[in-house]
Design a protein around this ligand. Structure first.
Ligand code: AMP
Length: 219
């Protein structure tokens, strides 16, 4: 089985991809993780990718496609795939289809985790940190005992530029544009499964598993 997971930032895509890959015996491939590993190892590919990643831009298709296609040809990828963060552009999706077709394979389904914009904003803008001791809080999951103050040292909490509402909104808008384009691409192929991404993490996993069980030919 070869699956793709789609979802906006904050939708829980990475977490669910790992859980589902383990449950279904698929190889989890995150192109974001691959780029971060390459950057940490200081390889030529990593150095190239780092420039784009630090600006929050997409790494060019020719770099990304080559890296992904090479990875899915390896023997350990033949058990099945759970792709996370790839494809992000239509040329990437087309290159993936072509490469798989060349081996008599295909993408079986694309699971699109749907979360309302207001929930994503709340999840992504809720993080605050202490400029003094580095402690991290979240309005929803780990609120400080006294509003706006660090539990450890009492300093006033601050918000990183990345987590501020205006920045988060821009990130969501950019991601929505390519995510919707890909959703359309796979909808036309009859492969798109939309899954409700609200509620507890376990409930979302259950819905995804249920969705996978309805894929033609799924075990
Ligand atoms: P992620 O962890 O999926 O958010 O990816 C981190 C960064 O890696 C992104 O902001 C991009 O710069 C780069 N990246 C990951 N996957 C892709 C892709 N499929 N196409 C282009 N750039 C990517």
């Amino acid at each position: 089985m070869r699956l793709i997971l789609l979802g906006l930032p904050g939708a829980g895509k990475g977490t669910q991809a790992k859980i589902l890959a383990t449950r279904k015996g698929l190889l989890h491939i995150s192109t974001g993780d691959m780029f971060r590993e390459a950057a940490a190892a200081g390889t030529e590919l990593g150095k190239r990718a780092q420039d784009y990643m630090s600006k929050g831009e997409l790494v060019p298709d020719e770099v990304t496609i080559g890296m992904l296609l090479e990875r899915i040809e390896k023997p350990d990828a033949q058990i099945g795939l759970m792709l996370d963060g790839f494809p992000r552009t239509i040329p990437q999706a087309e290159a993936l289809d072509r490469a798989l077709a060349g081996r008599g394979q295909q993408i079986d389904a694309v699971l699109y985790i749907q979360v309302p914009e207001s929930d994503l904003m709340a999840r992504l803008t809720g993080r605050w940190s202490c400029p003094n001791c580095g402690a991290i809080y979240h309005n929803q999951t780990k609120p400080p005992k006294a509003a706006g103050k660090c539990d450890e040292c009492g300093a006033a909490l601050t918000q990183r530029a990345d987590d501020q509402p205006a920045t988060v909104k821009t990130r969501l808008d950019t991601n929505r544009a390519w995510t919707e384009a890909l959703a359309d691409f796979y909808r036309k192929q009859g492969k798109l499964h939309e899954v409700d991404g609200t509620g507890a993490m376990e409930a979302i996993t259950d819905r995804l598993v249920e969705s996978i069980s309805r894929i033609p030919g799924a075990a």
